[in-house]
Ligand binder design. Structure first.
Ligand SMILES: *Cc1c(COP(=O)(O)O)cnc(C)c1O
Length: 373
């Protein structure tokens, strides 16, 4: 069997985004031991870099050794116990997964539903709190990758605290792409992913737990049912002062990659990265408009890093995506759930958020759809 040689693709889907050669080089550096003092020094830098990206002072800010879904599960299994009630907002695919997490713990989800393509309605959340006293947590997705919608994370966190609940936030697609301020907004537990706006390969999930979340973890009546994701055990490796003890073998080279991606984010500056995502979104939107293509989401709630484009009448979804991939080597995403075959998802995340990427996908779409640009 020959070695596998992947093609060069322009990745403009819902993640992964393109990984820069600088990060690929970091991944290829020599593997050292996961308890080597030099590696432990790198881990401390990585935690500081993650605190920079999340804008938090939370000591418990670490990457979980698995993709974003494991970060989601880490938040739920550590904070929620059987019998708890959790308000879960669902305005896309990922809210549905939060519900599944709550159910499997033996807790009760109270669902607040909004249409796919709409932001979370704060009034509905306030009503759910009034109707359900003693809610343990409010869980919601900041940037819904399935629909391209941003919800008001700051206002949702405030609502949670007014009702004595923890705020659990999915920031898989928001971290590094749009404003996100963990401490200023009072986020209690948050998870992200390495392969979206951070542009590292998939496989790591940065999480951050604030004081209230750590207190809730310490006050548990039952042990966390997942041994692997139990943060009280993981902390002995990531936080053990002086003596770090073995929990699992860290994905060493992957952590080099995440470290490099965060060094690059810090060099660019968080605010500059947010502004770049916005500029390239506007460039894309201008071109789409020239071709007569519409975005699904209201301007106020559009995510710059994930653009949901309405597929025009009579155009075949799959055929277009196939041509983009086969003839132009460009990957864009399909619609999910109720939006399947109604929209395309054009991601401009991390390194993929670049004027050249925008121009390439616009030119390719113009050719495939036979619409002048
Ligand atoms: C991609 C994504 C996830 C899941 O992350 P994986 O790394 O695929 O497990 C969760 N939530 C949102 C909003 C996402 O975009």
């Amino acid at each position: 069997m020959p070695s596998f040689m992947p093609p060069e693709r322009l990745l403009l889907g819902p993640g992964p985004s393109n990984v820069s050669s600088r990060i690929l080089q970091a991944l290829a550096r020599p593997t050292i031991g996961h308890l080597d003092p030099q590696f432990v020094g790198m881990m401390d830098e990585l935690k500081a870099l993650l605190r920079y990206a999340f804008i938090t002072e939370n000591p418990l800010t670490v990457p979980v050794s698995a993709p974003g879904s494991a970060g989601m599960e880490t938040c739920f299994v550590n904070l929620i116990e059987a019998g708890d009630t959790v308000i879960v907002c669902q305005n896309g695919v990922f809210g549905g997964r939060m519900k599944e997490n709550v159910l499997r713990i033996g807790a009760t989800p109270v669902m607040v539903q909004d249409d796919f393509g709409k932001a979370i309605d704060l009034n509905k959340v306030a009503e759910a709190f009034k109707a359900n006293p003693g809610v343990k947590a409010l869980a919601f997705v900041h940037a819904e990758t399935s629909t391209g919608v941003e919800s008001d994370a700051q206002a949702l966190c405030q609502l949670a605290h007014e009702h004595g609940a923890l705020a659990i936030v999915d920031a898989v697609t928001s971290l590094g792409g749009i404003p996100l301020r963990v401490d200023a907004w009072g986020v209690d537990a948050i998870y992200s992913g390495s392969q979206k706006c951070l542009s590292a390969p998939p496989g790591l999930s940065p999480v951050s737990f604030g004081e209230r979340a750590v207190a809730a973890l310490k006050a548990r009546k039952t042990p966390v049912q997942s041994w692997f994701l139990d943060l009280s055990l993981v902390m002995a490796y990531w936080q053990g002062e002086g003596a770090r003890s073995y929990h699992h073998t860290a994905p060493i080279n992957m952590l080099y990659g995440l470290h490099e991606s965060l060094v690059m984010l810090q060099e660019e500056g968080l605010e500059a990265a947010w502004a770049r995502h916005r500029r390239n979104h506007e460039r894309l939107h201008d071109g789409l408009q020239r071709m007569g293509l519409e975005l699904l989401v209201d301007e106020r709630h559009r995510l710059p890093q994930l653009n949901t484009v309405c597929i025009p009448e009579g155009v075949e979804d799959l055929a277009v995506r196939r041509q983009l991939l086969d003839q132009h080597s460009i990957e864009i995403g399909a619609g999910l759930g109720s939006l399947a075959s109604k929209i395309w998802r054009i991601g401009l995340m991390g390194a993929s958020s670049h004027p050249d990427s925008v121009d390439r996908v616009l030119a390719a779409l113009s050719q495939v759809l036979k619409r002048p640009l």
